[in-house]
Design a protein around this ligand. Structure first.
Ligand code: NCD
Length: 338
């Protein structure tokens, strides 16, 4: 795909070549993310970081990614403090804010809202999550992480087995990730969820039409032993009609050290887009796995910075100018010692 000036709204816009391009640029971002050196390639540029739904990692990493390329960030959080609460349309908001920014990252609780917003925008818009629909940048960082983690075991993505667990109905990360995986060969999917929270039919159809193998089950233990990747998700309580309804599923699937050791291969990679719900009633991914070498959750979050830096560089057309605007880091940085 042609990145410069383009919106990134859905993983369906991508193909394997464009994913490779993103990953190659993401790898070039490592020394800047580690503060070994700086680049001011986007000095003077402004990111409009519009988050109309709660977020920690995605919002902050979009902002930091832009800062690490030398740009400035202007942030809006929460619907109540924006004119959307006065009835302003997404189109009007986009027309105005796109004059103030060079690129916009946006999260919104409604499916397809970011696309609607992008129609009014004069600058590239990157989808940071649109309701239960898609989360393309998370899926890219997940795929990037899977690729790196499996390469340590001498494996590639083709032929791998992934178990996706939890709220597969409302969890947008698994919708987007499944579609990226569909572009590869011979993937085995084990989809583990309560039947009420099953993967939407349209995602299942995409997986089947691409010729991959699917097992659908409500049982966690006993269905993990072949998985190379175990991808856990949170019950998306904010998308349920009521808290009571969400509570029915909280804590239904839990992974801890004991279950992992008994039911998984010794090197199954444990992933979660985060936040993990660590309240006692949920505790979907126990702290007793925190120092396990196969726990990749924080490496996923680290990779998010690289992927988002790559997307900004590509959509603004500066991916080949990083070195030209390099300068040294003149403060003490522990990251560079890693
Ligand atoms: C996810 C999201 O917002 O969809 N979080 C994230 O962006 N890393 C998953 C979640 O909230 O459960």
């Amino acid at each position: 795909m042609q990145f410069e000036g383009s919106h990134i709204l859905s993983v369906n816009q991508l193909d394997l070549d464009s994913i490779n391009t993103i990953f190659n640029v993401a790898n070039k971002m490592t020394p800047y993310a580690l503060r070994e050196k700086r680049t001011k390639v986007l000095e003077g540029a402004i990111l409009g970081n519009l988050f109309f739904e709660p977020s920690t990692r995605t919002r902050v990493s979009f902002g930091c990614a832009f800062n690490l390329l030398g740009g400035h960030v202007r942030e809006t959080t929460g619907m109540a403090s924006s004119s959307l609460s006065k009835g302003e349309s997404l189109y009007d908001t986009a027309r105005v804010l796109s004059t103030y920014s060079d690129v916009i990252a946006m999260r919104h609780p409604d499916a397809f809202s970011v696309k609607e917003f992008a129609e009014g925008s004069r600058v590239p818009v990157i989808n940071g999550g649109d309701g239960p629909n898609e989360h393309p940048t998370q899926a890219l960082l997940d795929l990037f992480t899977i690729k790196k983690e499996l390469s340590h075991a001498g494996m590639g993505i083709d032929g791998m087995h992934i178990a996706m667990v939890g709220d597969l109905k409302y969890g947008r990360t698994v919708h987007s990730l499944s579609r990226l995986l569909c572009m590869h060969k011979d993937i085995k999917f084990t989809l583990i969820s309560p039947s009420e929270l099953a993967m939407p039919d349209y995602v299942i159809a995409d997986i089947e039409n691409a010729g991959h193998k699917i097992t659908i089950t409500e049982q966690l233990e006993g269905n993990l032993h072949q998985a190379d990747i175990l991808y856990l998700t949170r019950i998306q309580e904010e998308r349920f009609p009521s808290q009571e309804e969400a509570n029915k599923y909280r804590g239904k699937f839990r992974l801890n050290h004991n279950i992992y050791t008994q039911h998984c291969k010794s090197n199954t990679v444990i992933m979660h887009p985060l936040p993990r719900d660590s309240r006692a009633q949920a505790n979907e991914l126990d702290n007793d796995l925190n120092s396990h070498p196969s726990l990749a959750i924080f490496r996923q979050a680290d990779n998010g910075l690289l992927i988002r830096m790559a997307l900004f560089a590509l959509t603004l057309g500066v991916e080949n100018q990083l070195e030209k605007y390099e300068c040294p880091v003149n403060w003490y940085s522990r990251k560079a010692d890693r």
